[in-house]
Each structure stands twice: as C-alpha cells, then as structure tokens.
Design a protein around this ligand. Structure first.
Ligand SMILES: *[C@@H]1O[C@H](CO)[C@@H](O)[C@H](O)[C@H]1NC(C)=O
Length: 350
C-alpha cells in the first residue's frame, strides 16, 4: 500500500470514528461504583493535611498525631475504586460552587468525624480566609467560611428518629416518629445513623411504636423500622429539586476480638458483608426521592489501622476502634462526596 492510498483512507477513518464514538462513550460511561476498590499508597500526596498544624479546630479525640501516635504509614493511603479514580478534592471549587449555601451533616459522632474532615479540607484550600467555628449546643456545631457565606453544619442526632427520656426506663426510641427537633434543612443534607442502635453493655434500649413500648426488640429489626421512618420523612418533606440528600453509609468498627491496637496497615479485601448494610440498601432503594448512598463500608472494613486506638488523648487504657484519625478515612468520604456533588460521576479510564 502506498502512502497515497493510506492518506486517501484517512478521512474515512475519521468518519468511522465519529460514527462509533458515541457508542464507545456510552459503553464506557457507566456510573463508577465508588464503594468497591482498594487502598493504595500515594505518597507524598497524602495525607492531605497535617491535623496537628493545619486545622487547629480538629478535636483531640481524632487528632492522632498530636496524641502521639508514632507510626505514620496509615496517613499515606488513597482509596482507589476499581472502575475509576476519585477526582482530586478542589476546596476552592467546592466553596465557589456552594457560595451562600448550607451543607448539613445529621448523625452520630461518625458524622462529626466527616464534618471536621470537610471543614479542614476546605480550610486548607483557603487558609487565609476568615472562618468561625461555633458549638452552639452539644447538638449543633457550625463552621462558616465568611467570605463565601458557606456553612458546614453538624447536627448531632444518633437515631434520626425521635427519642424521649423516661425516668424509669431511660431513653426510649420512638421508631415511628420524626419531628426533627432541629430543623433539617440545607442545600445538601448528609445523614448517618447506625452505631447507636447496636450499642451493647448499656441498659437495654427501649423502643416504642405507637403507644407500645418494647424492651427486647431485636436491634436489627428496630434499625430497619427507624430507618424506614426516616426515609418516609425525607420522601414527604424534602424537595429533591432544591436539596441534595446523601446517606453516609455504615463505617465499620473494629471493636471485636481483634481490636485495632498496633495496627499499622490496611487489610486486603474482599470482606464479608457487614451487618446492617443490606438494610441500608433496601431502605434507600425503596425511596421515592433519589438519595445518594455514600457506601463507605468496605473501605472502612479494610482500615483496621485507621482508628485512634489508644491515641485519643484519654490515656492508654482507653481504646477507640470506632472513630477515625484525621487525616484519614473520613477525608476519603469527603472525596467521594466531592465526586458526587461536583465531579462527573461517569469517570472512566483514559
Ligand atoms: C479577616 O478578618 C479580619 C478581622 O475582621 C480582617 O481584618 C481581615 O481583612 C479578614 N481577612 C480576609 C482575608 O478577609
């Protein structure tokens, strides 16, 4: 074949490519499953910040470096979904996009973990920009970027359904009732509930449906009922065209026999299905509103090295294998949040 002949073919090749390109795009452009992946070392990009220096507002319990944790390999991991790469977190772009808006986390202290990580990731992007950090009450904390009028709020609410105090029975969880004591509103709402339902060792939790109070209700059953009540509340009270609703999935704890003491490396998958994940999946898939499920269970199951362990600042007799060091795993949850809110979810390998 002569060169002339090849050149003659060239336009046809382009026409052909042009014709099949949309098909190729369609084939590749399926939504990437961010939940399935592995932890890979990405030094020196990680950690994204030094909590002991860059974000003075991080609470002591999460600040493992300042609490004297000696090993540092745990800081260097990036979550790599099998099907794509998470986009890099661009704090300035986040603040510009959400100028004048409110991002609200509602949930237990795992929400606090993620809330503090987000405040920190945004702060390091604009370190000169003035902010306020307010704990209005035990249940309401607000981080504000003044120049951007962006508020990042954490409402502490471990069950998402109503609770009442009874003099004899202690706390009673009302499985069929959401009155949202603190108004859940924001441009983005990020909910989480799990661990409080399965707290053991305390006095038995009482559950209530209607007027009936139950003492020995199965926790899993109660979790399912409560989460369903929450999902119905969202379906009838939140306008999805105004508010993005996200469910922060279940963060695995490592409080079992093995604990997390002296763990310095992530584990490798796969892992058995974590209890409760099927309930979350089931409840979310039965909702009318589109709620994005930030499924963080597998990645946290693998991070036995990511907990504060005995570096909580409360002395070495106290071991925390439920919360997460900052910098650490919660930064990844916010990278996923960023991908959902601001990224193109249809990433694919180039
Ligand atoms: C931050 O606030 C201080 C005091 O109000 C003000 O002088 C300063 O200009 C502000 N900085 C920025 C970057 O807006």
């Amino acid at each position: 074949m002569t060169l002339d002949f090849l050149l003659h073919l060239l336009p046809h090749t382009f026409v052909l490519l042009w014709a099949v390109a949309p098909t190729l795009y369609y084939v590749h452009a399926q939504e990437c499953d961010l939940s399935k992946g592995e932890w890979v070392v990405d030094d020196p990009y990680y950690p994204l910040y030094d909590a002991s220096r860059d974000c003075p507002f991080i609470v002591q319990g999460f600040n493992c470096l300042r609490n004297g944790r000696p090993d540092q390999d745990y800081l260097k991991y990036r979550w790599k979904p099998f099907a794509c790469d998470l986009p890099r977190f661009d704090g300035v772009k986040f603040l510009e996009t959400y100028r004048g808006k409110k991002i609200m986390f509602v949930g237990d202290s795992i929400s606090d973990n993620m809330w503090q990580s987000l405040a920190c990731l945004l702060h390091i992007a604009v370190p000169e920009s003035n902010y306020t950090f307010t704990r209005l009450t035990k249940h309401l904390s607000i981080f504000r970027f003044l120049a951007y009028e962006v508020s990042i709020v954490w409402v502490k609410d471990g069950y998402l359904v109503d609770t009442v105090r009874d003099r004899e029975k202690g706390r009673i969880i009302k499985l069929d009732s959401v009155s949202s004591r603190y108004k859940w509103n924001g441009d983005v709402l990020i909910f989480n509930t799990y661990h409080w339902w399965f707290h053991t060792g305390e006095t038995p939790i009482h559950f209530q449906v209607g007027n009936e109070i139950m003492k020995d209700m199965d926790n899993t059953e109660a979790y399912k009922t409560g989460l369903t009540t929450w999902s119905n509340w969202i379906d009838s009270n939140i306008d999805p065209s105004k508010t993005t609703v996200i469910f922060q999935g279940i963060a695995a704890a490592h409080s079992g026999e093995k604990h997390c003491l002296e763990q310095t490396k992530p584990e490798e998958g796969p892992k058995p299905t974590y209890p409760g994940v099927d309930i979350v999946q089931n409840v979310l898939s039965n909702m009318k509103s589109h709620v994005y499920w930030l499924d963080i269970t597998l990645q946290t199951q693998l991070r036995i090295d990511g907990h504060p362990s005995v570096f909580t600042g409360r002395g070495t007799s106290y071991e925390d294998c439920s919360h997460w060091c900052l910098a650490g795993a919660p930064d990844t949850w916010n990278e996923m949040l960023y991908a959902v809110l601001l990224g193109n979810r249809y990433y694919y390998h180039l």
